[in-house]
Design a protein around this ligand. Structure first.
Ligand code: HEC
Ligand code: HEC
Length: 362
């Protein structure tokens, strides 16, 4: 009787901590069982391990058929590639948002006009056409409230394109854009307005989608599209590794801001994220959750671009993102700001390998 209760208690603890553990005997996984489970439509999958209060949605394939190109999206695209919008005519949006790298930049930090260095890694833009929770702002720190507001900021940033907004119409007219704007906004148009530039860029960005991968084939019903290891990685992503607390839905982001102890306080690349704009201590070190779609080509990762090894990223998540010792850091950086959704995970080396393999399929 005594033993009976003890086992029952263990079972309950196990269930409450990890959700219903499926396809598992002691610590060994039954891969054939996981395969059968995840071959089902996503609506029949076991719910992921998610803390209370998180408003998650299930993973989903990229179904979005690219919006047909219109004169407006074509105009936005040519503006995105237009170097005349920089002070020395060498930098366009595309210089730091490379279509071959999920519209991110393979360099740790991007270089703007005259090789000036910014302090953050360029963000991938290819998720902007996907269904994602309403964004609470753009940039790693959310300082732009809307995409219309965001797209004009790189133009005036001294480390990026370094021009004045007033000069934009003249620059575009000299580069022969007036007829293109007239074709979209009406033949009577005498001059280009900056809000039309923003509207065209935003409309183009909303047509971007990540390149579908084997993971999409799997979600669309091809059970052979993922290997056994990758299926175990998918299972861990949804359960024991807790990733779906923040990376969920079609775009694999909650579009929220979290502190993952990545401020590098007291070091050269110190960056306090959202706090620098809001001055609200509860925003200290918070950065926007990036989409994990096409992750294998959007490297390097995180706002600082200092992570280049995906297995290493998984390993620090596994350790619960310990705060590195800080030198010369202000007092606020010594307080505990780590997001409560981040916890040590207890993944084995094999489990970390499987999770890494799965991430590469996204
Ligand atoms: C010199 C490099 C550079 C140039 C040029 C550049 N960007 Fe960026 N872009 C970045 C970096 C770096 C970030 C992240 C900056 C931050 O968080 O402070 C970023 C962020 C963004 C974001 C935010 C994405 C999100 O998910 O929040 C958008 C949208 C964007 N850029 C669009 C553009 C457009 C449109 C242009 C051209 C008008 C442009 N960028 C030009 C480097 C650049
Ligand atoms: C508490 C929310 C949260 C959880 C849980 C979480 N992440 Fe993240 N993830 C983030 C945020 C926020 C960033 C950006 C942090 C930064 O740049 O400082 C990020 C960045 C990443 C990046 C870098 C992507 C890029 O393009 O730069 C990867 C890869 C990643 N997470 C994978 C994972 C994996 C794997 C798990 C599960 C083990 C996980 N995340 C769990 C919020 C979370």
């Amino acid at each position: 009787m005594f033993y009976h209760h003890k086992y029952l208690l263990c079972f309950l603890l196990f269930v409450s901590q990890w959700g219903f553990a499926i396809c598992q005997d002691n610590r060994a996984y039954d891969i054939a069982c996981l395969r059968t489970h995840y071959a089902k439509p996503t609506a029949q999958w076991q719910p992921p391990t998610i803390d209370e209060g998180v408003n998650w949605t299930e993973l989903a394939p990229i179904t979005h058929t690219p919006a047909p190109s219109t004169p407006l999206t074509e105009l936005g695209k040519s503006l995105f590639f237009e170097k005349a919008l920089s002070s020395n005519q060498t930098i366009a949006c595309v210089s730091c948002h490379d279509p071959d790298h999920a519209f991110a930049d393979p360099r740790t930090v991007s270089l703007g006009v005259f090789d000036r260095q910014g302090k953050r890694n360029s963000q991938s833009l290819s998720y902007l056409g996907l269904d994602a929770p309403t964004s609470h702002g753009f940039f790693w720190d959310g300082r732009a409230n809307t995409l219309d507001e965001q797209v004009l900021i790189p133009l005036t940033d001294p480390n990026e394109m370094d021009i004045t907004l007033d000069s934009v119409p003249t620059r575009l007219v000299s580069a022969g854009y007036l007829p293109k704007f007239q074709a979209v906004f009406g033949e009577h148009l005498a001059d280009i307005d900056i809000s039309q530039v923003a509207h065209a860029l935003t409309t183009y960005l909303h047509t971007l989608t990540p390149t579908p991968t084997r993971f999409d084939d799997f979600l669309n019903g091809d059970p052979t599209a993922l290997t056994d290891t990758e299926i175990l990685g998918l299972h861990l992503f949804r359960t024991k590794a807790r990733c779906m607390n923040c990376h969920f839905g079609q775009a694999l982001t909650d579009n929220q801001f979290h502190n993952l102890n990545q401020t590098l306080a007291g070091r050269k690349w110190q960056d306090f994220g959202r706090y620098a704009n809001t001055d609200n201590p509860s925003d200290f070190g918070k950065f926007k959750t990036p989409s994990l779609r096409n992750l294998s080509v959007s490297k390097p990762w995180f706002h600082h671009g200092l992570f280049v090894n995906l297995r290493g990223v998984v390993a620090i998540y596994n350790r619960g993102m310990p705060l590195p010792p800080t030198k010369d850091a202000p007092p606020i950086a010594h307080e505990d700001h780590l997001d409560p959704l981040i916890k040590p995970l207890g993944l084995s080396a094999d489990e970390m390998d499987a999770l890494t393999a799965f991430l590469m399929t996204l």
